[in-house]
Design a protein around this ligand. Structure first.
Ligand code: PAP
Length: 330
């Protein structure tokens, strides 16, 4: 589509229209489709909630990447909260003791801001004011990261993905819990997901872009799976620390730092903390999210409780076909 290539935040035929009006007009020209709790808009093959797309388009010009930014990239429901906790704890381990750690009183979303979602963290509204090196998160597809985000030799991106069946189950529960009046069925969510129609989807394209980049630039892009972290969280801590340029020292190894990080960031520890049970964040637009919505079961394979074997095989087959030949498998 020709209009998808232009920059919607730059003045064009609309002359001096304020940016927001330009964006709204631009977005009104894009394909929209109903089915999830809100209609989604398609931009460059990916589907977004309108508010998210608006922010993604805006940050194309407002986000100024720094060479030492660390970016945690995920699709929603693939383990963002967990990855934020792990990366924050690893990179700040010389600043905070485990006994008096920020994560004991603050939600992981509160300590690592998103590039494109303001208001999810309470005190990091403006990421431009954060000191370097910044730890930032994003759900943006790789191809939509603002210009220069990936070109720096030093910049690091950690991408975390998850079995699409569990991702879908997690997404379905989240939508039904967070959006008042939403009562989406597994069958409907499943068929939309299989078509590639889901927030930030197609699921496989989002993974594939980061996967290819991780193969091309392994020192800059680390590709992780939720299931791998779950099967050996301590090893995942070591891998992350090394990739992020702060490998565990021998002394740290012998004093069990990797184990402590994994324990602090575990589902069990985080869900046991008051801040993650009763707190919440005001996301603006009259949306208030309980901190607890980011924690449900935290299990691998919960799909077996919500999906038939036939559905699972169908989704596996679709994903396999889409990822065929690239070396990525679920
Ligand atoms: P987000 O992208 O909207 O922030 P995200 O954190 O990616 O959500 O996904 C939430 C999922 O991660 C939930 O999965 P479930 O619905 O299958 O249970 C949540 O339980 C899980 N999760 C959150 N924190 C942890 C953790 N520390 N360890 C393991 N899983 C976690």
């Amino acid at each position: 589509m020709a209009h998808a290539q232009q920059s919607p935040t730059k003045s064009s035929s609309e002359g001096d229209l304020p940016k927001e009006s330009q964006l709204k007009h631009f977005m009104s020209t894009l394909p929209a489709r109903e089915g999830w709790s809100q209609p989604l808009i398609q931009y460059k093959k990916y589907w977004f909630r309108p508010q998210m797309l608006e922010k993604i388009l805006l940050v194309q010009e407002t986000y100024k990447p720094r060479a030492d930014d660390i970016i945690l990239a995920t699709q929603p429901k693939c383990g963002t909260t967990w990855l934020k906790a792990l990366a924050f704890t690893i990179t700040n381990r010389s600043r905070y003791s485990f006994a008096n750690h920020p994560l004991l009183t603050r939600h992981p979303h509160d300590v690592v801001p998103f590039i494109e979602i303001s208001g999810l963290s309470t005190d990091h509204a403006d990421i431009e004011t954060l000191p370097s090196p910044r730890l930032l998160a994003t759900h943006m597809p790789m191809s939509m990261l603002p210009p220069d985000t990936t070109s720096s030799r030093g910049r690091r991106i950690v991408y975390l993905c998850r079995d699409p069946k569990d991702t879908l189950v997690s997404r379905l529960h989240y939508e039904n819990r967070v959006v008042k009046g939403c009562n989406l069925s597994m069958e409907n969510a499943f068929s939309m997901f299989c078509e590639g129609f889901s927030p930030y989807g197609p699921f496989w394209d989002h993974c594939l872009e980061y996967w290819k980049e991780s193969l091309a630039r392994p020192n800059n892009v680390l590709f992780l799976k939720y299931e791998e972290i779950m099967s050996d969280p301590v090893q995942a801590v070591r891998t992350l620390a090394k990739f992020l340029g702060v490998p565990l020292t021998e002394e740290e190894e012998s004093s069990g730092v990797a184990e402590e990080v994994a324990r602090l960031c575990s589902f069990e520890t985080l869900t046991g903390l008051q801040v993650n049970q009763v707190g919440g964040v005001d996301r603006g637009n009259k949306v208030y999210l309980d901190n607890s919505v980011f924690f449900r079961k935290g299990k691998v394979g919960d799909w077996t409780n919500h999906m038939s074997q036939e559905m699972a095989e169908k989704l596996d087959r679709i994903v396999q076909e889409k990822l065929q030949g690239c070396g990525l498998m679920f």
